[in-house]
Design a protein around this ligand. Structure first.
Ligand code: XMP
Length: 308
């Protein structure tokens, strides 16, 4: 078993030998796997790696800024704000699987558009061991990938043999900040799976604000250590409330906090009452469009962790 430092020295050398003086691209999401991969390959081939960060407009509050600030000095980094394009493609779509498909396809389009400006031969992917073990090794370790335009890239997966805790150790050794290393899992389609019904800028923003309150309070109470994921989802249901002395008709927000080992199953632990109460009061007083907050108490199965 190599130490993190030995793994890094070894990987940097191997990547250099493999890629040589060619160019490589990576889709950097700010998640721990793609972040560690980007920095590792950046240490190895410098500016011959271009890290492309696509903002689909469905990120959490402050997330785009955090990713930009972490990587803009450290990597040859391209930021693409494609939120208008994604929202346009998602207009009127309510079915969750349809949303996922549109986002997946759009993501490839946008990434490819940026990647085609670089004469890259390699695509770096942050695949880790559970990704291919769970698909029973269906993804071959050496393969090419053909993008829709016909552009063919050779795939390099520098952290393919690692498990999540090892990726975190490597990230720490590489000097990545804690917010990246210990970030809770966040789905690729982002808030599209947490905002029920049609996605609009307003609804996304309400979900972002509520989610930021959940994260802030859970972390302040140090309850995050007990949880796999903790977030807010915005339902498409409006309920009556009173604000001031006026009757109000606003959104129902659901707070979900789950404990899990691998997301295959999950349970809702006993949550400190004071924490829930603070979250609920803050959401209804700070977000004018919300009149009601409820707590999800369903385990997986039968519920899934996400709402859509
Ligand atoms: P569910 O909701 O199926 O989620 O219990 C299990 C884990 O997977 C994440 N998740 C996704 N991740 N694309 C992703 O990259 C998706 O479409 C997606 N859907 C769910 C979820 O956050 C949880 O950790």
């Amino acid at each position: 078993m190599l130490s993190p430092k030995e793994f890094i020295d070894d990987a940097v050398k191997k990547i250099k030998d493999e890629i040589n003086d060619e160019k490589a691209v990576i889709a950097l999401s700010g998640g721990v796997d793609s972040s560690v991969c980007s920095v590792l390959v950046g240490e190895s081939i410098g500016d011959n790696l271009t890290a492309i960060f696509v903002n689909h407009g469905l990120l959490r509050k402050g997330e785009a800024e955090q990713v930009i600030n972490t990587f803009k000095e450290r990597l040859n980094f391209i930021y693409v704000d494609a939120s208008d394009e994604f929202l346009e493609a998602l207009r009127g779509v309510t079915d969750p699987e349809e949303k996922r498909k549109i986002i997946g396809k759009k993501f490839i389009d946008v990434f490819e558009r940026e990647a085609s400006k670089i004469d890259a031969k390699y695509l770096i992917q942050g695949t880790i061991a559970p990704d291919w073990i769970e698909t029973k090794g269906k993804i071959k370790s050496h393969h090419n990938i053909a993008l829709p335009s016909g552009m063919v890239l050779e795939v390099v997966e520098p952290i393919r043999e690692l498990y999540k805790d090892e990726v975190r150790e490597i990230g720490s050794e590489l000097g990545l900040p804690d917010e990246i290393i210990h970030r809770q899992p966040f789905p690729g389609p982002g808030l599209a799976v947490r905002v029920i019904g049609e996605l609009t800028r307003d609804k996304i923003q309400i979900c972002q604000e509520a989610d930021a309150i959940v994260r802030e309070e859970v972390e302040k109470a140090e309850f995050d250590k007990e949880l796999w994921q903790y977030f807010a989802a915005l339902t498409n249901t409006k309920v009556t409330g009173v604000k001031g002395d006026q009757r109000d008709f606003g959104y129902l927000v659901v707070v979900r906090m789950v404990a899990s080992f691998d997301a295959m199953t999950a349970y809702v632990p006993e949550v400190p009452w004071e924490l829930i109460r603070t979250i609920s009061r803050r959401i209804t007083s700070e977000i004018s469009e919300v009149t009601h907050v409820s707590l999800s108490i369903s385990d997986k199965p039968p519920s899934t962790i996400e709402f859509a």
